[in-house]
Design a protein around this ligand. Structure first.
Ligand code: NAD
Length: 493
């Protein structure tokens, strides 16, 4: 059987959302795959499912289907596409509990957080259902009376999407919803750790009436092989990737031969700055939200916490006191705030960052160790006395570790905050309005949270600068990534 009781105790075997195949041209299929790969529950290490290990051949088949289906989809009136997306949104909301159970099982995040992610993912579908009707062009005053000039927007065509495991539902809809809304067709490749959520979303997309071939899902263990086909196939006109900067670079190189359009949402190394005049309790709440959500496995996670000398000790004590109350465990258990890390490799990285910091003089205020037994858990951690020589200053830890750096002046902290090749998210807490503006403008990041630790929403442009990426997702700007601009000049009128 493709699904084990480790999964079916959370999601009934009869659930229509459990699929053990990819989705190509409206059919659930393994294609020519002869091998399978396992999907694990990181909280227990148990196998949840075995799925067909699809590769380049199946990807090609899906691309052909998308290529054939895209013109008719693009030709549908925007209002019709919008209506279908709206149905998909309604279905996601109606089935949020089942979708959240699948998500917690394969990814580990606490059930309440998983449910929150499903609603967040659905919100992108709702937003782009609305935006589909507002893909406006423009008219331009002509240089002479016998000419008329306009700009129209058209879908780029077939889009290949590649997404990570940390938000198995939201990363998918953030790309698929705008692509479908403007008339593109998609071949989606979810992370090999979390394919079940993507398949469940495809079930609902089918129910909503998204036509065969317009949305395809390839499941497989060999990301590089699938990625190569998506980047190398001339029928694919655009790649949209979320994941590590390292893989983003590979994809950008692979897209170079055909000058293929590419959007990249890559790694971050977010600074989180607390100034002396900040509301300290609000700053602690912001740090908890930004740092420990998803066990610290988000690209916009506070990675380096800079605290001004005057409030350093008080902030550290307040934060540690709150962190100590966070329950670690299986995301299905009530009251759990910190689930497992995705795998042993992720856990080993967090452990090595903490060990490196301690060996160079940092102090563990709370946490600091792996939880023995099944699953890949790490206790939520606060480190003090952290300096820029430590790994936590340069690399994305991707775990529940808050390293606290001490600083004295605004100039100094801005220089340290910007001293990274990344530029995704930054946060700061301050009172003085002049300082707020100065700091917000000086931070070299695509997104800045001011007196808040949470800023992601479908209505705002999400994305980074420097080596954190290209393009934006969400908001009206997110649709532009899937559109081509065409200038029409009519003479002799
Ligand atoms: P990853 O780059 O290893 O994998 C992401 C996806 O790429 C997976 O689907 C994987 O199978 C695929 N992949 C791997 N190698 C490939 C290749 N050579 N060609 C094509 N596809 C390939 O990243 P991860 O470890 O799954 O995710 C964590 C990273 O993602 C972190 O760096 C995090 O900051 C980043 N991330 C960024 C955002 C954002 O919006 N900026 C959001 C979430 C995660």
């Amino acid at each position: 059987m493709a699904f084990t009781t480790a999964l079916t105790k959370h999601v009934p075997f009869s659930s229509p959302f459990l699929r053990d195949a990819g989705y190509i041209n409206g059919s659930w299929t393994a294609g020519g795959a002869t091998k399978t790969f396992d999907v694990l529950n990181p909280a227990t290490g148990e196998v949840l499912a075995s799925l067909p290990d699809m590769g380049a051949a199946e990807t090609r088949e899906a691309i052909d289907a998308a290529y054939a289906a895209q013109p008719a989809w693009a030709a549908r009136p925007a209002k019709e596409r919008a209506g279908i997306l709206r149905k998909w949104f309604d279905l996601m909301v109606a089935h949020a509990d089942e979708l959240a159970a699948i998500l917690t099982a394969e990814m580990g995040k606490p059930f309440a957080e998983a449910r929150g992610e499903i609603l967040y993912a659905a919100a992108y579908v709702e937003w782009y259902a609305e935006e589909a009707k507002r893909i406006y062009g423009e008219t331009i005053p002509a240089p002479s009376n016998d000419k008329r000039m306009i700009v129209i927007k058209q879908p780029v065509g077939v889009v290949g999407t590649i997404t990570p495991w940390n938000f198995p539902a939201a990363m998918i809809t953030r790309k698929i919803a705008p692509a479908l809304a403007v008339g593109c067709a998609v071949v989606a490749k979810p992370a090999e750790q979390t394919p079940l959520s993507a398949l469940a979303l495809a079930v609902l997309a089918e129910q909503a009436g998204i036509p065969a071939g317009v949305f395809n899902v390839i499941v497989g263990d060999d990301g590089p092989a699938i990625g190569k086909e998506l980047c190398g196939n001339e029928k694919v006109r655009k790649i949209s990737f979320t994941g590590s900067t390292e893989v983003g670079r590979i994809l950008m190189r692979q897209c170079a031969d055909q000058i293929k359009k590419i959007s990249l949402e890559l790694g971050g190394n977010a600074p989180f700055i607390v100034f002396d005049d900040a509301d300290l309790d609000a700053a602690v709440e912001g740090a908890l939200a930004s740092k420990y959500r998803n066990a610290g496995q988000t690209c916009v996670c506070a990675n380096r916490l800079y605290v001004q000398s005057g409030v350093y000790d008080a902030f550290a004590a307040k934060l540690a006191a709150k962190v100590e109350t966070m329950a670690v465990g299986d995301g299905f258990k009530a009251g759990v705030a910190i689930g497992p890390l995705i795998d042993e490799q992720g856990l080993a990285k967090v452990e090595s960052h903490v060990a490196d910091a301690v060996s160079k003089g940092a102090r563990i205020l709370t946490g600091g160790k792996r939880v023995e037994g099944a699953g890949t858990f790490f206790t939520p951690t606060v480190l003090t006395g952290v300096t820029r020589e430590m790994k936590v200053a340069r690399e994305e830890t991707f775990g529940p570790v808050a390293p606290l750096f001490r600083f004295d002046t605004v100039e100094d902290v801005i220089a340290q905050a910007n001293d990274t090749e990344f530029g995704l998210a930054a946060y700061f807490f301050a009172g003085d309005l002049k300082k707020v503006w100065r700091v917000a403008e000086a931070l070299e990041y695509g997104m800045v949270g001011i007196n808040t630790g949470l800023m992601s929403t479908e209505t705002a442009p999400f994305g980074g600068i420097k080596q954190s990426g290209l393009g934006r997702e969400g908001s009206r700007h997110g649709a532009e990534d899937y559109l081509e601009m065409k200038y029409l000049c009519m003479g002799n009128v």
